[in-house]
Design a binder for this molecule. Structure first.
Ligand code: DGL
Length: 259
């Protein structure tokens, strides 16, 4: 089982940011990445639809022999990971908005969170936020339309800039000093975010923490790949392979797959 790949899925290209962190920390682990771009965005779907799609992705990754699955999507984690863990034997790693470090470190007592509707309305998100945000103003914003624009591959469009400016202004007015990126697609917006936000605002996401947790769980279950050979990565999308290859920006082949 140890030599088997780690499976990673997202509603599209967003989880590439998570794949990068995992590949950096665990370079000799084989990985299989599934981008369910055909069904993106997940963020406006119902909990049961998100769960159904997550099950479909999970079964494909299990079929391909994955030893562990990283749900590289905040929306799928906050809505479906409980069901996945109840129904399948292999370990699952999820991603949730990094509210805790933002709430613990804010000086202005105001933090912003940009995420999908599915994540911000989930029970899991509310639980975590309630736990850490006492005495802190949490400015929540649904990133309506952002995922679709990112999936189109143009990260510098006027539409993207305008939307983002509108979404961030109330946070700037509330004097946030931390912005939490609660969707794995949003790290692709980093250049625009840095341009719009005041310099002192720190932008955080959970990518590195997910990679560390993946390593810890592989160690715990004795699943680390003992081979020190160069690892293999397979990228599959049911959407546009060219856009994904551009956003990946690395010399990997992206294959089209119907799922
Ligand atoms: N990348 C995903 C997330 O982290 C989902 C975005 C979407 O499909 O709406 O939430």
């Amino acid at each position: 089982m140890n030599v088997q790949p780690i499976g990673i899925f997202d509603s599209g290209v967003g989880g590439i940011s998570i794949w990068r962190e995992i590949h950096l920390l665990l370079p000799n682990e084989h990985t299989i990445y599934l981008a369910d771009s055909k069904n993106a965005p997940y963020g406006n779907r119902s909990k049961s639809e998100i769960t159904e799609l997550s099950i479909k992705n999970t079964e494909l990754l299990i079929e391909k022999g994955c030893k562990l699955i990283v749900v590289a999507c905040n929306t799928a984690t906050t809505n479906a990971i409980k069901t996945l863990r109840e129904n399948y034997q292999i370990p699952f790693i999820g991603i949730e908005p990094a509210i805790k470090p933002a709430a613990l470190n804010t000086q202005t007592k105001a933090v912003g969170i940009l995420a999908t509707k599915g994540t911000l309305s989930s029970e899991l998100f509310h639980k975590t936020t309630d736990l850490y945000s006492s005495g802190i103003k949490v400015v929540e914003q649904v990133g309506e339309g952002l995922v679709e624009l990112i999936e189109s591959g143009d990260l510098n469009s006027k539409a993207l800039k305008t939307l983002l400016k509108n979404y961030l202004q109330p946070m700037i007015d509330s004097k946030i000093d931390y912005l939490v990126l609660g969707c794995t697609h949003y790290p692709f917006l980093m250049p625009l975010l840095l341009d719009i936000l005041p310099k002192h605002v720190k932008i955080i996401d959970s990518g590195e923490a997910v990679a560390r947790q993946t390593k810890a769980i592989l160690e715990k279950y004795n699943l680390l790949n003992p081979q020190k050979t160069i690892s293999k990565t397979q990228f599959y999308t049911n959407g546009n392979t060219e856009v994904m290859a551009i956003l990946l920006g690395e010399k990997f082949k992206v294959e089209y797959l119907t799922f």
